[in-house]
Design a protein around this ligand. Structure first.
Ligand code: M6R
Length: 636
């Protein structure tokens, strides 16, 4: 979704902001723009399409100011044209705004502002914001008061930043429902602006009062300039100037700006030696799983044990869990249901967040909602969480971004510790979610007295074997995956079939292929296939069958035979030394066998992640930033 950035400091703003936009790209975008203040004017550069188009424009016509705002736009209202890209200006060109979110009452506002002489040049909902602020500013003369009065008239969920032509070193940032972070960097002397080199840093050894200030939708965009960050809360606005950061509520009550050291590193948000973030993140999985696991284990008097998470809850009293999630996180939730049912014997529902939020769910005393989200910002999951809390249902968040809104609004947090996930396709966060859910189910089982010490030790041993098994599986399946991708990259469609724990894997394999390779793909419960979709099978259709050696093995073989009998092309994911399966397959992605069947999906999904990646590459797709997609879906 849209990304916002802003900079105030000694460096040339365009050089800082273009890097910030580069780091926001992963959120998904289709145009970009920037506004920089100089000589009492707001200067704009905008470009439709890739960020490079904007960078080329800036190269040809640099902007020379030291304060500015910038934006990557993911189109909602109006196509991704230059006219619709942000920043948007007021009719007099004296106010500029970048915005993330949706202004729901933009139509009546637009009509009213037009009646007052406003001239609109875009189809966006955003354009009403600078027009409205400008009108109020001209009437009252106080920028902060104008922003507050404008916010009072806006409906929807949004974050925006505004600059005024006659306030050349000031940015006002507003948050109501969409994330916004403030960054603070090095000290410098504001009396000595840098008018020379485009990237030169002017600092005075920390002896002056002013500090470099930034805003962004996401922490990586603040790097490398910010050293400290402050998360703006809903209903708050921040006034950034050479005097520092002043935060207040929309009603004008001052709020303390709480800064803390930035945790994300520049290395964590770079590709390193990989050709894409997706490739890097797939390769990181052994490390991610090992880190997560060790964070949940403790060596006590009786040996290694699973640590009870500090969720502020009595897990023993939980008798009903509702998982809320979207996309890949929803697939992880489906596995969470299996784990909790099998290990803790409790009733579990798995809900798609966008459906749950508009129902009237029933809650009993022992209900717990678990919101699963890599980003922690998915609008529907957040809305579902708020609905649950309004019904006094406790909510635990399983998130990767622990500073996210979902984490902050939940009663307890289970962090994934996967590090920043930049590729739009979720990979390392997914396997971390599945392992975290397994550990959570064990904890609930333990709290209920359903986990014997022996069973706990076996589960720990099975989980501890995973990082090595993941590394081996990635290594050992690569050649076969590449061969299959060579063969099937031009296939029009692909079907993924699985049963039990491998049904979510089939869904996940299909989603990966759809989102990054643009191949029509469906994941289906294998037993359901003959109730309709089997009609799709021809000799051109690759059918990926998940056939680990588990309780469903024979059933899966029968389903595989049904596809074979209709000449479908068979790719299987199964045990690497399963010769029978190999004989039945056109291609076998031979994975390692988990020591606990419940954990097998973590291994089975790995070749499917790599398969989607290789097919996408062969189809010339941008694996990190697939068309139409956003990393965090912060609007409905
Ligand atoms: O950040 P979240 O886990 O809440 O995101 C949910 C989905 O938008 C996300 O998993 C999406 O489906 C991914 N692009 C899948 O790879």
């Amino acid at each position: 979704m849209c990304g916002i950035a802003g900079y105030l400091g000694p460096k040339t703003a365009d050089s800082v902001l273009i890097v910030a936009l580069e780091r926001l790209k992963y959120r998904g975008y289709d145009s970009a723009g920037m506004a920089v203040m100089s000589e009492g004017e707001i200067h704009l550069r905008k470009a439709a399409g890739k960020l490079k188009h904007l960078a080329d424009k800036l190269e040809a016509q640099p902007l020379s100011g030291h304060c500015g705002i910038a934006h990557t736009r993911w189109a909602t209202h109006g196509p991704p044209t230059e006219a619709n890209s942000h920043p948007h200006l007021s009719t007099d060109g004296r106010v500029a705004v970048v915005h993330n979110g949706i202004i729901e009452n933009h139509e009546p506002l637009r009509r009213a502002l037009k009646d007052q002489g406003g001239i609109f040049v875009s189809e966006t909902d955003t354009e009403v914001i600078p027009q409205l602020i400008s009108t109020l500013y001209r009437a009252g003369g106080d920028p902060l008061a104008a922003v507050r009065a404008a916010v009072a008239r806006l409906e929807g969920s949004f974050a925006f930043a505004v600059v005024f032509a006659d306030q050349p070193r000031r940015i006002i940032a507003v948050r109501q429902g969409s994330p916004l972070i403030i960054g603070k960097g090095k000290a410098y002397d504001p009396a000595e602006p840098n008018r020379e080199g485009r990237t030169e840093v002017f600092t005075k050894g920390g002896s002056t009062a002013a500090r470099e200030l930034m805003i962004a939708s996401d922490a990586p965009a603040l790097l490398p300039h910010a050293q400290q960050v402050c998360f703006l809360e809903d209903g708050h606005l921040a006034d950034l100037s050479d005097a520092g950061v002043a935060i207040s509520t929309f009603a004008g009550v001052p709020v303390e700006a709480k800064f803390k050291p930035i945790e994300v590193t520049a290395e964590a948000v770079s590709k390193g030696s990989f050709d894409s973030f997706m490739a890097k993140e797939i390769a990181e999985q052994p490390t991610v799983l090992a880190r997560l696991l060790e964070s949940r284990l403790r060596t006590g008097a009786s040996g290694v044990e699973i640590v009870e998470p500090d969720l502020g809850l009595d897990l023993k009293a939980v008798n009903h869990v509702v998982f809320l999630a979207a996309g890949t996180s929803w697939h992880a939730a489906l596995l969470g249901k299996r784990f909790l049912e099998q290990l803790a014997r409790i009733h579990v529902e798995v809900d798609i967040s966008s459906e749950y939020r508009y129902r009237n769910p029933v809650a009993s005393g022992g209900t717990l909602v678990v919101a699963i989200s890599q980003s922690g910002e998915t609008a529907d999951t957040l809305a579902g969480l708020r609905l649950a809390r309004a019904k006094f249902i406790p909510v635990v968040a399983l998130v990767n971004v622990v500073t996210s809104t979902i984490a902050r609004e939940s009663n307890g947090v289970m962090p994934l510790l996967a590090g920043p996930e930049i590729g739009v396709a979720s990979t390392k966060a997914y396997t971390a979610q599945v392992l975290a859910l397994y550990l959570f189910a064990l904890q609930v089982a333990k709290a209920k007295g359903l986990l014997t010490p022996e069973a706990e030790q076996q589960a720990i041993a099975a989980a501890r074997a995973l990082p090595e098994q993941v590394a081996a599986t990635l290594r050992e399946t690569e050649e076969e995956v590449c061969e299959a991708a060579d063969l099937f990259a031009s296939a029009q469609a692909t079907v993924f079939l699985g049963r039990g724990g491998e049904h979510p894997t089939a869904l996940e394999g299909a989603l990966k292929l759809k989102e990054i390779a643009y191949v029509h793909a469906i994941g289906y419960p294998a037993g359901e296939f003959k109730h309709g979709p089997i009609a799709l099978v021809t000799s051109h259709l690759p059918v990926v069958c998940m056939v680990p050696k588990d309780a469903m093995y024979e059933k899966m073989l029968s389903n595989l035979q049904e596809v074979r009998a209709r000449s479908g092309r068979i790719i299987t994911v199964g045990q690497k030394d399963d010769q029978h399966l190999r004989d039945l397959s056109d291609h076998l992605f031979g994975v390692r066998q988990a020591h606990d069947d419940l954990l097998q999906p973590i291994l089975s999904v790995l070749p499917l992640q790599r398969y989607a990646y290789h097919v996408a590459r062969r189809r010339d797709c941008d694996v990190d930033q697939p068309r139409n997609l956003a990393k965090s879906v912060t609007v409905e």
